[in-house]
Design a binder for this molecule. Structure first.
Ligand code: SIN
Ligand code: FE
Length: 304
């Protein structure tokens, strides 16, 4: 990605107030940082969230809020769920308005995804390998394929005292150049347009129509899901790749394409987050999309 202004081959914490162009900074893999939080979160919202007791028995890794149906998951207590739902609805609304103000070109076609509340201390958290947050990875959603579009997330640290500690590595362009072939991109590319795949897709569509919870993914989505797990399980990558650590202080907000910037969280609790799916064709530099980078490496379309 030599032609993108400001591209350094590392993930930087880029102060939003000094960025020449927010889209360019995000697309090259930088974290767009608002030390003052960028937007006001009412006190009631913050206090409602500091007492949340997440259901640790549940399969949920975080407390999730789905803006389209106005529901939360991941909480035990009904009364508490109601309080949290209201607080997260408010955060979701404010974060989306803020993001749309900063990134109007994306907002015209983005798809609003879930919000989440990360209430559990990340340091020392015990999770199965592929769910661990402290290992570097790029994001991919098992249940919501993106078909080549990008995952943009807005995080706010609502902890009044403690910073959230992040680690990042080299952005997707560099990561993919080094590792996509080792991770098997050529095998995934072969499945694109194959007759087996066409049969599989029509079967999936039929099952989905019949109400079964199957997910119809593009070869790109399938590779990204695999790559997420492959990176977490790759000891050499985790040990040897360049690492950049950041402290995100209380009250700060940061925006990042979590499929462009490999990331891990090492410590902190009480963060809020809103996700949107940004269309690849609304990027200032569409060639920066992970799907475009992989298509160049594979020499073919991975979306269909
Ligand atoms: C992640 O997306 O991997 C976790 C980020 C965070 O919770 O700070
Ligand atoms: Fe992640």
């Amino acid at each position: 990605m030599p032609d993108v202004p400001g591209y350094t081959g590392r993930v930087k914490l880029q102060s939003a107030y000094e960025a020449a162009d927010a889209r360019v900074a995000l697309e090259r893999g930088d974290i767009l940082f608002f030390p003052d939080g960028g937007f006001e979160i009412p006190r009631e919202v913050r206090t409602a969230l500091t007492g949340a007791t997440q259901d640790t028995r549940a399969i949920h890794k975080n407390i999730a809020y789905k803006p389209n149906i106005d529901r939360v998951s991941g909480l035990v207590d009904r009364a508490e769920a109601e309080t949290i739902r209201k607080a997260m609805r408010e955060y979701s609304r404010l974060a989306l308005a803020f993001m749309a103000r900063i990134l109007p070109a994306y907002a015209r076609t983005w798809k609003i995804d879930y919000a989440s509340f990360r209430s559990i201390e990340e340091r020392g958290r015990e999770l199965p390998l592929t769910k661990r947050n402290d290992l570097l990875h790029v994001d991919a959603f098992p249940t919501r394929p993106v078909f080549g579009d990008l995952i943009l997330r807005c995080f706010t640290n609502v902890n009044p005292e403690q910073s959230r500690e992040w680690m990042t590595s080299e952005p997707f362009a560099k990561l993919a150049a080094l590792e996509a072939k080792n991770a098997g991109i050529e095998e995934y590319a072969k499945t694109a347009d194959s007759s087996v795949r066409k049969l599989r897709r029509s079967a999936m569509r039929a099952l989905s129509k019949a109400g079964l919870p199957v997910v119809d993914r593009s070869p790109y989505d399938a590779f990204m899901l695999h790559f997420h797990d492959w990176l977490k399980g790759n000891e050499a990558y985790q040990r040897d790749c360049p690492k950049y650590r950041f402290e995100l202080p209380p009250g700060s907000t940061w925006l990042v394409f979590t499929d462009v910037a490999p990331h891990a969280v090492l410590g902190g609790r009480l963060a809020l987050e809103q996700t949107v799916i940004v269309s690849r064709n609304t990027l200032e530099n569409p060639a920066c999309a992970p799907s475009a980078i992989l298509e160049r490496i594979a020499g073919r379309s991975l979306i269909e």
